[in-house]
Write a protein that binds this ligand. Structure first.
Ligand SMILES: [Zn+2]
Length: 386
């Protein structure tokens, strides 16, 4: 029955795009969940075991990286790197969604093999959360020969993600649309590559193809790394209601275009943020924070809403009970401030200036996993735990 209080909060950024700032300066966490949000009066109502003095800085939800390519554990063969997930935790990411595990050495491409790979990755990351991060993996790659029964079996084993379409041998609209139908029948969420080819073996996917295949989300709409043209992006914006993902390892000009257009249309709920790493562009532990700073500084969108694009928006689309500051949600929280020397006065104004905030605490399910990030610049004001 551990009960913790975050006190002296300067600003509570909720992660909800329609209500991005909450009133109050205190958050109570009980048994790993957010119990209450309000003022210091709450402290009398709970038996507090631990107090975290936030010193007037900002609390946000833990960030969601909507696009990772893990393999097993905290190792990636793509860039031959150990500990890359832990590094992202120090960049405020507490939840990750796999867009497929194509970097698995010797990845099988037959139906039995891709199914086994998805089940293995799903169960492995369920059993072992690297550094506490909630890695949702086991995103089946669509290969020729998969049947409707295969999707039923996958779903029966807990697999609920389809890796970005285009990674596997299923390349035509007809083949992909049929399998997406089977996947959705089994309540699976489907990602699709968009834009030019990424690595040798993947394929280019146009707006018309995306619309005909009808996924759950359009991966890296700003390019992975090669973006669709502005006309193609506009088609997706105007002719669909699909969530559009902006990734760090993509095209920044296209990212600004997407965010600006959706801001004009008052549809910022459609943007989610991912890293698309490890990839040819490498591993970027602060990638989500970098995307947030870029969008907040270059589009005029309020930074509090940009936080929602990297938290509540994604949690909502994927049906996760995290990354939104609301009673009953999993207590995945981040404390951040302007970095030392920033022209910004706090975390949100730093983002607006294009600076990366300094992270002084990352909490997952009510447990502090990081105190003073080893990757962000130091926060001007650090938390104090007592
Ligand atoms: Zn891709």
């Amino acid at each position: 029955m551990a009960c913790k209080a975050l006190v002296n909060i300067g600003k509570i950024v909720s992660g909800a795009i329609d209500n991005p700032v909450l009133k109050g300066d205190t958050i109570i966490v009980e048994d790993g969940l957010i119990a209450a949000i309000g003022t210091a009066e709450l402290l009398d109502k709970y038996e507090i075991d631990q107090t975290i003095n936030v010193k007037g800085t900002t609390v946000t939800p833990g960030l969601v990286d909507s696009h990772v390519h893990p393999v097993l554990g905290d190792f990636t063969p793509r860039q031959k790197t150990l500990g890359f997930l832990d590094s992202a935790l120090h960049g405020a990411v507490t939840t990750m969604i796999s867009a497929g595990e194509p970097h698995t050495p010797g990845r099988p491409k037959d139906p039995a093999g891709v199914k086994a790979l998805a089940v293995l990755a799903h169960k492995s990351f369920n059993n072992l959360r690297p550094s506490g991060i909630k890695v949702h993996a086991g995103a089946v790659i669509l290969e020729k020969g998969l049947t409707e029964k295969d999707f039923e079996e996958l779903s029966g084993e807990g697999v609920w993600l389809v890796g970005e379409i285009g990674l596997g041998s299923v390349k035509t609209v007809d083949e992909a649309a049929t399998m997406v139908g089977w996947a959705k029948k089994n309540k699976m969420k489907v990602a699709i590559h968009s834009g030019g080819t990424s690595i040798p073996g993947s394929s280019a996917i146009t707006a018309d193809m995306v619309m005909a295949i009808n996924p759950t989300v359009v991966s890296h709409t700003n390019g992975g790394p090669t973006a669709l043209s502005e006309e193609e992006i506009d088609k997706l914006i105007e002719q669909t209601e699909l969530p559009l993902e902006i990734v760090q390892c993509g095209n920044i000009k296209a990212a600004v275009f997407i965010a600006t257009r959706l801001k004009e249309k008052n549809q910022l709920n459609r943007i989610i943020m991912g890293n698309d790493s490890p990839s040819g562009s490498g591993i970027i532990p602060l990638g989500i924070l970098r995307s947030m700073a870029q969008i907040a500084s270059l589009t005029g969108i309020e930074p509090e809403k940009v936080v929602a694009m990297a938290s509540g928006n994604t949690a909502g689309i994927y049906g996760l009970n995290c990354s939104l500051i609301e009673p009953g949600r999993e207590a995945d929280l981040v404390v951040m401030d302007a970095p030392i020397g920033s022209a910004g006065q706090d975390a949100m104004s730093a983002l607006q200036k294009g600076d990366l905030p300094g992270v002084s605490l990352v909490m997952i399910d009510g447990e502090a996993k990081v105190l003073k990030s080893r990757n962000t610049p130091p926060a001007a004001r650090q938390v104090e735990v007592s």
